[in-house]
Design a protein around this ligand. Sequence first.
Ligand code: ADP
Ligand code: MG
Length: 373
Amino acid sequence: MSIQSNNLKTESSTALPIHVQDLTKKYGEMFALDSVNLDVKSGEFLTLLGPSGSGKTTLLMAIAGFNRPDSGSIRFGDEEVILKPPHKRDVGMVFQSYALFPHMTVAENIAFPLKLRGVSAAETAERVATALKTVQLDGLGDRDIEQLSGGQKQRVALARAFVFRPRILLMDEPLSALDKKLREQMQIELKHLHEQLGVTTVYVTHDQREALTMSDRIVVINKGQLTQIGTPNDIYNHPANAFVADFIGESTMLPLTHDGSGSLYFEDNLIKTNYKTSDAKEWSLVIRPERLTVVKDGQYDPEKTIVFSGVIREFIFQGETAFAMMSVNDKYTLSFRFGTDASSWQNALKPGDLISLGLNRSDVIVIPGGREL
Ligand code: ADP
Ligand code: MG
């Protein structure tokens, strides 16, 4: 996306942090939000990621002011906003459904928040023109909304959300109505737009890949509770528990046994040392499929590599990678992935083959507990 938006940039001095404290919202007996605590840093791109029904929209709408929590506090900077109506919170919003005014042109839609704020006609024209350029819709200001594609409508909704230089931008699954190619292109564009505008952004998605692509930090939410907060790298490589490991990326989880003196084993394999039985009752080993590689006898260093042997059960070509499953002792199944370049001998693997898979000790992920069934 071209950088044309100097007059739309949120001054870094005005981008605001958000502090959510002990926020609870019940619908009947069900906790949609259960004592949520969250600090969004000034100017950061933070994503709420969780399955459908986990409370993402409820939290975003509480920040925007469209629903009233039962208890807790929401501050923008030092200012408590929990009792403020949405139009006084100075927040830009983008919804999945676009929520554009169908009887207005593109330019009129984008100008709407400026009109509400009494911005002069001359400045409105200038800001709308810049916003149109920023979202790559120059020249389309006079179009009717119904003449636009889904992707173009979402750009209009976006332009309308930031044209008044809000201090906070909130987006609820804004790309999920778009097809995959356009969605992936828009993810990168939105990320660049955020870099240009510098506005504190809270983004909601149920798509883990989208979250990993776009975010400075990700908050994983499940059943109204925040499960983990971290950078995309933290969340993927150091999941805090089975829910996060399962929800983000692919994984195999294997149960570990504690030897009573601090060491965790999978079958006869020493996985890791220094675990206290007082910290948890059970542990699991999480293995990302792309971290396993086929190894041959005598061709690995047992100090550095943990080796699992078994029989190939499935082998599926999926384009850029192949996906395979190996069963260990007919009891556990390990998934693994590898590249499909023509020279890779792994492409010759077939069900029934006996193989060994190596996991680098530095790729070991141990979590308390196990997979929720
Ligand atoms: P998400 O956006 O993560 O899919 P929501 O925040 O929309 O989840 O919903 C969280 C939970 O609250 C769900 O169980 C949902 O059914 C419930 N819920 C949301 N809005 C209402 C409402 N207005 N009345 C009753 N239950 C609701
Ligand atoms: Mg939702």
